[in-house]
Design a protein around this ligand. Structure first.
Ligand SMILES: CC(C)(COP(=O)(O)OP(=O)(O)OC[C@H]1O[C@@H](n2cnc3c(N)ncnc32)[C@H](O)[C@@H]1OP(=O)(O)O)[C@@H](O)C(=O)NCCC(=O)NCCS
Length: 224
């Protein structure tokens, strides 16, 4: 399947899922690619699109990560109304509505039960900045939910989505001093390709390539 076809297919899946249910995850893609349905009472992590009812929790997560100099809601503008932001995320999927040079990207939140635990952004292609520092996938977990396996599961599902978008060789990067993220990427099959000097004094970036998505669903702990 060409990248354009896969992109259209994923867009179709998201838009149908969004209309069907505000909570519809992208499992149509994930299950097809990984074939690993959840079993028993293990918590399941889903990656649905951001919905109107997520505003309070998502803005709270944004404030939490901002305290560490990170961003939860990508490219959220000061004072931007929630409905406008959701519309812009739709546009960003086709590369419109964002800063100049941004490539098409799919932004999804991570939920375990009713809890918003993290987010991911899957870039459909690379621009020069992403090819050096940013990579295809950016993910984050809220500080309240460390070491429950959430980042590993978010990345595992994000890799399947990237695959469905036609990206066969996925670049995932992390700061040289982000040991936890390095573990997450390596658990998902990342092979270190090198380290790029940091941009403008920021930490160097470990650059990993993932060519084969691993099929095992991550063992998760519940949020509470
Ligand atoms: C880094 C981050 C993604 C980890 O999320 P997480 O949900 O805690 O990750 P997981 O539970 O899937 O796995 C974390 C693993 O990292 C390892 N780890 C955690 N802290 C560590 C540390 N200080 N040193 C070394 N390894 C560490 C552990 O092996 C842990 O697995 P374990 O609990 O099974 O032993 C999360 O803290 C985060 O979002 N940070 C801010 C944003 C960010 O860094 N994003 C990544 C961009 S590349």
């Amino acid at each position: 399947m060409t990248s354009k076809c896969a992109s259209s297919l994923l867009g179709f899946v998201i838009s149908v899922a969004s209309r069907w249910s505000k909570r519809a995850p992208l499992l149509a893609v994930e299950d097809k690619d990984l074939g690993a349905p959840s079993r028993g009472e293990r918590p399941t992590l889903l990656l649905p699109p951001l919905a109107p009812g997520d505003e309070v929790a998502a803005r709270a997560a944004h404030t939490e990560l901002s305290a560490d100099g990170l961003s939860f809601l990508l490219d959220l503008r000061d004072g931007e109304p929630w409905s406008s932001y959701l519309e812009r995320l739709e546009l960003l999927r086709s590369g419109r509505g964002g800063p100049e040079g941004w490539v098409p990207s799919t932004f999804l939140i991570a939920q375990v039960g009713s809890e918003l635990v993290g987010r991911t952004s899957v870039r459909h292609s690379l621009n020069p900045w992403l090819a050096r520092w940013g990579g295809h996938i950016g993910y984050a977990v809220r500080p309240a939910f460390p070491r429950r396996g959430y980042a590993t599961e978010i990345l595992r599902q994000s890799l399947a989505i990237a695959r469905a978008l036609g990206v066969d060789k996925v670049l995932v990067t992390c700061d040289e001093d982000n040991a936890a993220s390095a573990v997450v990427i390596e658990r998902c099959g990342g092979v270190l390709g090198g380290v790029a000097p940091g941009e403008d004094g920021s930490p160097d970036k470990r650059r990993y390539w993932v060519e084969h998505v691993r099929g095992d669903r991550q063992e998760l702990s519940p949020p509470n």
